[in-house]
Design a protein around this ligand. Structure first.
Ligand code: HEC
Ligand code: HEC
Length: 351
């Protein structure tokens, strides 16, 4: 009888230990120093955000990941960065035209993908933010996104013993302040680098293209490349790509910030990587699929009067050309990035 009790206790302790170590050491969510090494993909330019003043470290990245997926950043603890920026959509918001924020409020713009951010000289559709570290202040304090203050976020984090531990691990002391919150988020989002699509492998001669895809690339280079410049598929400029003003939104884009005539109704040229997943398209999500986007570019008669003159180069595309362009755009999908375990939500079951 006595032995039976000891035996049962022994088994229970073993089960507890195994269970615990599984939760802590689940390799899917484990981040090591190797995981946070910045590797500049071959053929990519020098990044603009270099991490020089925000040295990459596994425990800081882990803190950034936890914050990114935590509702604690919003006023009523219901919205996280990850609720609008979803991993399966290259961190855009799948199937939502305009962003959905706190208190079920609808925003005014389509959620952009988060990828290759360290090569950007400005953020948002109108370039309103010029520093990756400062960027999260906007959604956190925006009354229709997270409606919170940084001061209150810090208070909530200080009250959470789990965060106290995470900050200590990351920074060697328990100081919790906004600089650390913002820097850790920048480590997490800044490492979202996509460079392993079939297009990249084709360029590196590790994969082949079908004739249709090859023709699509040639067409793309002739008609789209000026603005969607390889390898990032953006020249980081602001342009009017022919879409007409939606009078229910009255979004004047870049012009609203600079108040310069030529900037009115221009928007940041989006990088097109993973475009298969980031639907719907444009700053207001007006096009639901790539077919509609390509039809738009081909139909000059429907273009806005203030369109960029470069659009004239596109002309009317034949059905075959449209198919080829479409096929090429699909080669920009990077499954390795979309399934990269480093960016998975650690609160979720592995998938
Ligand atoms: C309610 C939805 C929502 C939430 C929550 C949200 N975002 Fe966003 N995010 C957006 C929208 C919409 C934009 C584009 C805004 C614009 O252009 O005015 C954006 C833009 C961005 C950009 C700029 C991307 C680029 O290429 O220009 C980054 C980076 C970003 N968000 C990171 C975050 C982080 C980090 C958090 C959490 C602190 C967060 N977002 C929370 C909707 C959201
Ligand atoms: C004059 C510059 C310019 C040219 C040329 C151009 N684009 Fe664009 N493209 C833009 C801008 C600017 C946007 C964003 C506009 C907005 O949201 O208001 C955009 C958006 C897109 C989007 C939506 C991406 C997203 O994440 O929402 C796709 C897809 C796209 N372009 C494909 C193409 C293709 C294919 C071609 C060639 C047939 C092309 N573009 C030619 C400037 C250009």
């Amino acid at each position: 009888m006595k032995y039976k009790l000891i035996y049962t206790l022994f088994i229970l302790i073993i089960v507890f230990l195994i269970g615990n170590s599984f939760i802590i050491e689940n390799p899917y969510f484990k981040i090591t120093s190797k995981d946070v090494k910045l590797k500049i993909p071959k053929g990519f330019p020098k990044p603009i955000y270099t991490f020089k003043k925000n040295k990459l470290k596994a425990d800081i990245f882990i803190l950034g990941r936890k914050l990114f997926y935590d509702n604690i950043l919003s006023k009523d603890n219901t919205v996280s960065c990850g609720s609008c920026h979803q991993r399966i959509a290259a961190f855009a918001h799948i199937d939502h035209k305009l962003s959905h924020g706190i208190y079920a409020k609808i925003g005014t713009r389509n959620v952009p993908a988060l990828q290759n951010l360290i090569w950007k000289d400005s953020y948002m559709w109108d370039g309103g933010v010029n520093n990756l570290e400062v960027q999260p202040i906007h959604p956190i304090t925006n009354p229709i996104e997270m409606d919170e203050t940084l001061e209150n976020v810090i208070l909530k984090l200080k009250r959470d013993s789990n965060y106290v531990k995470l900050f200590k691990k990351a920074y060697k002391d328990t100081l919790i302040n906004s600089e650390r919150v913002l820097k850790s988020l920048a480590q997490f989002t800044g490492l979202m680098i996509t460079s392993n699509s079939r297009y990249d492998k084709y360029i590196r001669k590790q994969d082949t293209f079908s004739i249709t895809e090859k023709n699509g690339l040639t067409l793309f280079r002739a008609k789209c490349e000026t603005c969607h410049k390889e390898p990032l598929f953006t020249d980081n400029s602001y342009r009017n790509n022919g879409i007409k003003l939606d009078s229910s939104l009255n979004d004047f884009g870049r012009g609203r910030l600079t108040e310069i005539e030529k900037d009115y109704r221009t928007f940041k040229v989006p990088g097109l990587r993973n475009v298969e997943r980031t639907y719907p398209y444009m700053h207001d999500g007006r096009f639901k699929n790539l077919k509609e986007v390509i039809d738009h570019y081909s139909n000059a008669a429907s273009h806005d009067l203030n369109s960029d003159t470069i659009l004239k180069k596109i002309g009317v595309l034949t059905a075959e050309e449209k198919k080829e362009l479409h096929a090429f755009l699909l080669t920009l999908t990077d499954k390795e990035f979309l399934l990269d375990r480093r960016f998975a939500d650690p609160n979720m079951v592995q998938y």
